[in-house]
Write a protein that binds this ligand. Structure first.
Ligand SMILES: [Zn+2]
Length: 410
């Protein structure tokens, strides 16, 4: 019953909760395996890192549990206590997520979705209060191929498709993979679907990355990893990374010279930028360091600037900065996305990149179903910049992936 086929029959939404050090029912081969294999259920996995079997056990423990038990040669209270996690705290955390989960699925309160959104920061928590917690999500696959021997869908053959491909689609925020595949067919646009991998990301470890690969390989799409933060290089093995059709990253998360880790799209992280020139120099330095060191195939959300300085985009991206950026890409053989949602890079930066020999890929970086378009901006730029087949990026052939050419910096 508890094999993949039996588990795939479950279609109700599930909130799995586990301690990563559970040695009673197991974690990787226990609760996490259930999470991975209930493929037709919309599901979350909340993990108390280093928690054991009794983490977030019922509270309070019954009074009888406090007394020594002669038959057990132990205190039954041990069944209600965890060696790492405070019982009160773990119960509060569990109530938080259970309340949101039940509100969404039993009471139909869609506005509570934010509390189950994966990624950092977790909604409803104060800074520094989520250490040791991971929340993961896998969408329900509707048309699961269960019979052994049925081949998985082949990803499309790598080809320079220009505006006929969107290499940056996230099946999330209401966009199911089935809906994505339907739209891909209807619009005649090949999709590359990606999971975000890295610290506190939907794929915070190899098992989650593998589960995504396994789930997506049933569909005629490219499967990509969006490498997040700079910590990703220490999280996944080469073998896991090489299973993705390509890996992309952006230069939107980095630590400045004062030690502040910033996500450029989050205003509170960025704060006020007192010295935009200095900020730009740091941004270019961080981006070019990523291009030189990290084994990525594609640079996405390129030239993105935080809201507070975005109005100065054309003046802050000086020709000198642009040429450092595009030369860095060209030197490492990394393609550049033309992003439909942010409508970046500008036409003049695309022209500079074209001159430097950089190849281009269309991508959207959708947040859900509503902002996934038809490569409108990218198509516009392809025309305006006279980009032809030889200028189009394509997913690398087997053996030619960045992860197969370049070691992980560790
Ligand atoms: Zn993305």
């Amino acid at each position: 019953m508890w094999n993949a086929e039996g588990l795939s029959a479950v279609t109700t939404p599930i909130l799995f909760v586990a301690g990563s050090a559970d040695d009673i029912v197991g974690y990787e081969k226990g609760v996490r395996a259930l999470f991975q294999q209930t493929a037709r259920a919309d599901r979350h996995l909340l993990t108390f890192v280093n928690g054991a079997h009794n983490v977030a056990a019922p509270i309070p423990a019954p009074a009888e549990a406090w007394a020594y038990s002669e038959p057990l040669k132990n205190y039954p209270f041990m069944h209600y206590e965890d060696g790492v996690w405070s019982t009160v705290r773990s119960n509060n955390i569990l109530q938080h997520f259970a309340t949101a989960f039940l509100a969404i699925h039993l009471k139909g309160e869609a506005d509570k979705q934010a509390y189950l959104a994966v990624g950092a920061p977790l909604e409803g928590f104060k800074p520094r209060t989520t250490n040791g917690l991971t929340l993961e999500y896998l969408p329900a696959a509707k048309s699961l191929v269960l019979s052994a021997g049925v081949a998985a869908a082949q990803p499309p053959a790598p080809a320079p498709l220009g505006a006929k491909a969107d290499y940056h689609v996230h099946p999330k925020g209401g966009l199911t993979i089935e809906e994505a595949v339907r739209r891909s067919k209807a619009d005649g646009i090949t999709y590359g679907v990606a999971i975000n991998g890295g610290l506190n990301q939907p794929a915070p470890n190899a098992a989650a990355a593998e589960a995504f690969l396994q789930a997506m390989r049933q569909y005629p799409v490219y499967v990509a990893l969006q490498a997040e933060g700079r910590e990703w290089v220490t999280i996944f093995s080469n073998a896991t990374l090489a299973k993705f059709d390509y890996i992309f990253t952006d230069a939107m998360t980095w630590t400045d010279d004062a030690g502040r880790r910033m996500r450029l799209w989050i205003a509170e992280d960025v704060g006020a930028i007192a010295d935009p020139e200095r900020f730009m120099d740091t941004l270019v330095a961080r981006a070019t360091k990523i291009f030189a060191e990290e084994p990525v195939d594609l640079y996405v959300n390129p030239t993105f600037l935080p809201e507070v300085i975005r109005a100065e985009y054309d003046t802050l991206w000086t020709p000198a900065r642009v040429s450092r950026l595009v030369d860095g890409l060209a030197a490492s053989g990394i393609g550049m996305e033309i992003n439909n949602r942010y409508r970046i890079p500008s036409q003049s930066i695309i022209m500079a990149a074209k001159k430097a020999g950089v190849k281009f890929a269309c991508g959207t970086n959708n947040t859900g179903a509503q902002d996934l378009g038809r490569n409108e901006y990218c198509a516009e730029m392809i025309k305006a910049c006279d980009l032809r087949t030889e200028h189009f990026w394509a997913p690398p052939a087997e053996g030619k992936k960045a992860i197969q050419r370049k070691p992980l910096p560790r």
